[in-house]
Design a protein around this ligand. Structure first.
Ligand code: ZN
Length: 194
């Protein structure tokens, strides 16, 4: 598989806006009419924001926000909202993420888990890969003995077009370390996020 290029460079918003303007015209609209005149710049700005995860750095996102803890119980954070864009249609998908891990003495700040989710959601994504990327990042940054991530999301590309299934929700999971090897740990996690 070809590796994705992760550009740290800010996108050229003028360039994006010019393309958006061409798309609007090709769709049969008048890009000069009042309601649309500033749309290309707005779309460029919003696309830059929605893909800013490419330009974030995991170390900087976590920024050393660790606490030491003597226990090694499971920590679970659930209902982390996420908004992403599918890479096949560039339409939004949104849902909730649950993260669990068992630390080896190093606990990550709660807000940092949410920031890690955003870092990988704000890209062109597929839900399966995003789930794995979040799990790998939490594992790497927390040095945990195990990590589990479950994402439930609704995809607008399924709801608005194609099969037009309004209520289908996709669930993906990624488990690492003890969450993968030990069925009991996995069951505890699944019970906690129900
Ligand atoms: Zn899609």
């Amino acid at each position: 598989m070809k590796k994705r290029v992760e550009s740290k460079k800010e996108p050229d918003q003028k360039k994006i806006a010019a393309h958006v303007k061409a798309i609007i015209a090709e769709l049969g609209e008048d890009p000069e009419r009042e309601g649309l005149r500033k749309t290309p710049e707005r779309v460029a700005k919003s696309l830059s924001f929605l893909t800013r995860g490419y330009r974030q750095d995991l170390k900087k996102v976590v920024n050393g926000a660790y606490f030491t803890s003597g226990t090694n119980h499971m920590v679970v954070l659930r209902d982390i909202e996420l908004y992403s864009m599918c890479e096949h249609h560039m339409l939004p998908f949104c849902g909730k993420c649950a993260i669990g891990y068992i630390s080896k003495g190093k606990v990550l700040g709660v807000s940092k888990l949410a920031r890690i989710v955003d870092m990988f959601a704000r890209r062109l994504q597929i839900q399966e890969r995003m789930t794995e990327e979040i799990a790998n990042a939490v594992m790497a940054e927390s040095g945990a003995e195990g990590v589990g991530v479950v994402i439930r999301a609704k995809h607008l590309c399924m709801m608005m077009r194609g099969v037009e299934k309004q209520n289908s929700e996709m669930t993906t999971s990624a488990v690492l370390g003890s969450f993968r090897e030990d069925a009991k740990v996995r069951e505890e996690f699944m019970a906690l996020i129900k």
